[in-house]
Design a protein around this ligand. Sequence first.
Ligand code: AMP
Length: 396
Amino acid sequence: MKLLVLNCGSSTLKYQLLEMPKGDVLAKGNVERIGEEIGILKHKTADGKKVEITDEVFATHEDGLNRVFKLLLDGTLKSLDEIKAVGHRVVHGGEKLTKTCLVDQSVIDEIENVYPLDPLHVPAHVLGLKVATKLLPGVPNVTVFDTSFHQTIPEYGYLYAIPYNYYTEDHIRRYGAHGTSHQFVANRMAEIMNRDIKDLNIITCHLGSGSSITAVQGGKSVDTSMGLTPLEGLCMGTRCGDIDPAVLTYLGRTKGMNIEELDQLINKKSGLLGLSQISNDCRVLEDAVAEGNPAAKRAMDVFNYRIVKYIGAYSMVLGHVDAIVFTAGIGENSPYVRSEVCKKLGLLGVKIDETANDCHGKERKISTPDSKVEVWVIPTNEELAIAQQTYALVTK
Ligand code: AMP
């Protein structure tokens, strides 16, 4: 069965066509600069064919998806009727959309209620849903929420210590993010260990331009570092992560910064970029650290330290730890970050094998045989996870 996975942003559309249940990728790509003067479409098929379109306009997401369909019909598909379902990534499901679901009007209405919680991403996902429904009439659409994996976090873990009515009336609480990725790598970890996930405590570290850590107990998320939005927790590419909230009121009072300026500061100008004043890209900073650049070192030290702190906290939350997983752009590709972090986890009995750790983007055990906790690099695959959940639902 052929499934299409869509991930729509405000001016982007990422897609993969997969053959399920095997999970083979038949074609994938992304459309960028939708609504701008000139768009970009990068498309790749399983047989290695690559197409790059840089001279066309994609005024809307519908234009973009129509262009993708044309490419798919040029060799990959005979007819669009072969697409039997569409799985959509939705970053926020709020409190009510706690499970992967088959989309009907009531689901769209509920997703629209979530707009205030994530005005940047969620409206774009709904746009994607509407376009897919229009261009593929009668084909089931399934939504997979980044937040649903974290709905098992207990109340004392998701509540903020502010007046309770802000939770009951305004739904302010921890929702977390990257749930599909954390769940995917935790399940894979259990598979690799040949153990029932119900018996395992795993700490999953999704380290990319956005980064988060999750404590997974018996296959369920019991705490995660991101909060109401993907800003809380670790130091990220351009996001500040944990911060004393008073920093914002202080800057508002002393510098007269308004909400928009503060929002930009903590989301776009902070993290690795803000601390180093060099780059938000971990690769660039690692090279600079190797050349002895103190600003890059300062930024990477904060980045690594926060990860250690969260792993420490989640070890206590879990009681004991069976495995730690590193995933996403930095987690999969940075021996430096993994080494710096694992060196500080002696109290847990973690011992890293530096030779094994010298790897990029590969599934590999990086702890020594006598390490008390298994440490692994497991590449994440959110598209496959979405396709698997979509397939499971439409074939039920
Ligand atoms: P993601 O958001 O998961 O795509 O991850 C993006 C991040 O991965 C960027 O900050 C890159 O700096 C980082 N990254 C990619 N490749 C490497 C690498 N070889 N070494 C260190 N960081 C990397």
